[in-house]
Design a protein around this ligand. Sequence first.
Ligand SMILES: Cc1ncc(COP(=O)(O)O)c(C=O)c1O
Length: 396
Amino acid sequence: MNLTMNLNQQFNFIRQSPTVALTDRIAALKTSGRTIIPLQVGDPDFETPPSVVDVAIKAIQSGLTHYAPSQGLPDLRQAVVSKLTRDNDLTYDPASEILVTHGGIHAYYLALQSILNPGDEVLIPDPTWPTHANMVTMLRGNVVRVPALAENRFIPPIDSWGKALTPKTRLIVLNYPSNPTGAYPSREYLSRLQDFAAANNLWIVSDEVYENLYYNEKPTSVGTFPGAKERTVLVFSLSKTYAMTGWRIGYLVAPAQIIENALKASQNSITCVAPFVQKAAAFALTNPGVQASAAEMRDSYNRRRSLVMQVAAEYKRGKVRLTPPMGAFYFFLDFRSLRMPSTEICERLLIETGVGLVPGSAFGNEGDGFARMTIAASDTELESGFRKIMDWVERQ
Ligand SMILES: Cc1ncc(COP(=O)(O)O)c(C=O)c1O
């Protein structure tokens, strides 16, 4: 008998991560001697603040190298709760409403696993980070895309949620500020969406890992509205805010019944997050010096965002449309006037100019014709890479 027939067929519906595939391809091009400007990455180009590193090293030296409680160290859960009060105006119980996770991606996975039954429908904006949809598929849910078009500032019109609703709809996935568009909606919009979720008995899972990277008014957490708490699950991470992507730490904030399910799932799959990483995370979330470093990183992204807009102003209008992102650290460049699929645009840019971008179609059908460019790169790389892109577009 052919054993491959006995595998989980659900994975046939999931494409390999386009960013990972691109990173592999760029590594191969570099080995063959090409110089590549990697503007496809989603990883801060800053170092983790040294004081955070020191806390982790001291924790290892003091013997924090064994199993930790699966829900997370009590002092980290307390630090999370203090941060939620300080930054998000949210009140949660560290004993029953917080779970420490292996990054934001794991928090998101646990949230879905805690809620979904096979065949449940999940409303997800298009475009969005590919994992938002892939996880639903892995868990045998059905993804229903809600268009978030550039013409609507990448926010689905409020009535489009209702149009996508069926009796099988179980939850809404949000990600603001958004990867890849950087968009986030107004307080009023989020309040109306909460009313919609309440009226239709839906959960909201909100991925807020880019919460601290904003260049306009501070984004509001969707959990802050009256009555929201009982139906809202929040996903947070230290990765982007503190340049800690490799540490693998985040947290889930949710009603106690969700945390109970998520804890069972986490306990029976990863046991716990490394305790010395948890100590460093508690320090990062509460230490004023680290908060200042995070603010400095945000200022740098903001400066680079302006740099891109300044360079763009030197070029003819029309061929590439660019909306300055409200948050996160990406530009979602609009190449639709070239009338080429975004995979072709990115492939040609990579080969002809040596600049790496992520095709917009990786984020959903509505992303086709766009490409994601990071601003988590040095000023020099960003400016030279962006000029190469703009010069290439002029030649088309
Ligand atoms: C929107 C979004 N959510 C979650 C994550 C996962 O972050 P991490 O698992 O590193 O915390 C990412 C990473 O790129 C992301 O872009």
